[in-house]
Design a binder for this molecule. Structure first.
Ligand code: SF4
Length: 267
């Protein structure tokens, strides 16, 4: 496999919410969506960018900026991944490619997936599904499990809150289902936006028709990423939204279960 280079903004070791077991998560830089609730806004731009240092947020401090994102070779990333092989074996874990959107760097992703498979490492692709189908076709056989985001099924709302249409995302999901890939759907629960009765009913009904969806994870909105927007000097659009309480998450879980889906709160 030819070695390639790509741009990532983080490597998280010992991750336990990015798929089964203990995992190493690789965060790719660049995403074609701009979700209002994005927890990783530093992953949206393709190139390395400046971010205010976390230690310089007081009003009178001199503004010091760090660079987020670095170019790295696929072999360097694999070397990092292999450091924790023993933990993957003990916990049935592996590597998760996340971001940003990994499908935006197809050659780099392909190389990492192939190298991981050569080392018998379990692979997960955490994706928005927004990419040409030809890219998915190239990598699909090296992915053991897809974590596939579904946010809103109304196209107008999807355009408003993510910046892109649902069409490609749903086409690609159908493609993966037809190929009988192992898929977990992830729904971010953003109060007043994705948790409306109408949206939940549309998603529940749509997913209930698809075979090979092993589970639906509902992920409660949290405000932890707010500070990152300040550091990136980007506006944060969800200032008045309060994270859903446990009762509300249970209610949503039950609603989706009525469609015959297996639902879990959290990732
Ligand atoms: S798809 Fe994910 S990474 Fe991309 S903007 Fe939306 S939440 Fe952020």
């Amino acid at each position: 496999m030819k070695e390639t280079k790509g741009i990532i903004f983080d490597i998280k070791r010992f991750a336990i919410h990015d798929g089964p077991g203990i995992r190493t998560t690789i965060f790719f830089k660049g995403c074609p969506l701009k979700c209002w609730w994005c927890a990783n806004p530093e992953g949206q731009k393709t190139d390395p960018e400046k971010i205010i240092s976390p230690f310089q947020l007081e009003e009178n401090d001199e503004c010091v900026k760090d660079i987020i994102g670095e170019e790295i070779s696929s072999q360097q990333v694999i070397d990092e991944i292999l450091k924790d092989r023993v933990f993957y074996e003990e916990s049935s874990g592996g590597v998760t490619f996340s971001g940003g959107e990994p499908l935006m760097q197809p050659e780099f992703l392909h190389s990492l997936l192939e190298l991981s498979k050569q080392e018998s490492i379990h692979t997960i692709l955490d994706t928005s599904g927004y990419a040409p189908q030809a890219i998915l076709e190239k990598i699909v056989d090296s992915v053991d499990l897809f974590l596939y985001d579904i946010k809103l099924l109304g196209n107008e709302e999807h355009m408003k809150y993510t910046g892109v249409s649902t069409e490609l995302i749903l086409q690609n999901l159908s493609f993966l289902v037809e190929r009988e890939q192992n898929i977990i759907i992830r729904i971010p629960i953003i109060p007043g936006i994705t948790d409306t009765s109408e949206n939940l009913a549309l998603i529940g009904s749509y997913l209930s028709e698809l075979k090979s969806i092993s589970r639906v994870d509902i992920l409660p909105y949290n405000e932890m990423s707010k500070a990152k927007y300040t550091r990136l000097e980007k506006p944060y659009e969800l200032n008045n939204i309060v994270p859903p309480i446990d009762e509300r998450m249970n209610e949503i879980k039950e609603k989706l279960e009525q469609f015959g889906l297996q639902v879990k709160i959290g990732g």
